[in-house]
Design a protein around this ligand. Sequence first.
Ligand code: AIR
Ligand code: ASP
Length: 283
Amino acid sequence: MARRRVIYEGKAKILYEGPEPGTVIQYFKDDATAFNAEKHDVIAGKGVLNNRISAHLMTKIESIGIPTHFIRSVNMREQLVREVEIIPIELVVRNIAAGSLCKRLGLTEGTVLNRPLVEFYYKKDELGDPLVSDEHIFTFGWADPYELEEMVSMAWRVNDYLNGLFAGIGLQLVDFKLEFGRLWGENGELYIILADEMSPDNCRLWDSKTGEKMDKDRFRFDLGNLIEGYQYIARRLGLIPEEGIVQGGNIDEKLAEKLELIENELAQKRKLRGVNKPKPGKV
Ligand code: AIR
Ligand code: ASP
């Protein structure tokens, strides 16, 4: 196969030029980083698990009418997604206090918040993704009020939906991070769709009974065995066989290759909903 053109390489993923215009191949690496890449490791099988978990969750999210970039999985490490212009804002939704919220405000980890909290972070590695307000977002033009409103309303719906989905398999959704992208229709209309990934790399999931952490905090805080946590989530979601696909630090490639690929049929035939924004020049 001809060498593919790399569009972008991030900490955990590589984006390659896709087979058709407007598409991109998203490749999931085994790299794990934390605290702005201060901490780095390569963990066999992480990319395969995240590719699968993200494909599944994006398809589920699409099924409740939220447009996502995910089209279909291509193989165990790659998925076909729509090419979008990433909005440089990370939306974090929190249900339970943990991580940087506890550090910043002195809250006790595990405190259930009175209402879900939506926060904005400016996506800028050099600055360590600082917390910003909507005023910063508008002042610096990272997104406009119409776009932000659309993003926040989608984030609330994703939160409600995923809370229920995870509660049903004995996991508590503590918090998660979303990224969105812009897409333009044939007549220049703007669409905002969910992009990036939805995996234990960017959410916190605790076992509902024991409180055990199953997500990337295992790596961030050296709690041990990241892969076991990710496999536990994938197993509960029905995405891998009971015996798992990684044993003793080695991925069972044959078994992983045999897992059926995930298709987001709705994304392929969906009619997008434009952002409710007045057209420039029209009053
Ligand atoms: N997150 C934020 N930036 C990168 C990531 N992955 C996710 C974390 C956590 C949530 O956003 O994985 O689920 C809040 O992170 P923090 O560190 O602000 O408490
Ligand atoms: N992924 C980010 C980093 O590498 C932040 C994190 O997940 O802690 O720094």
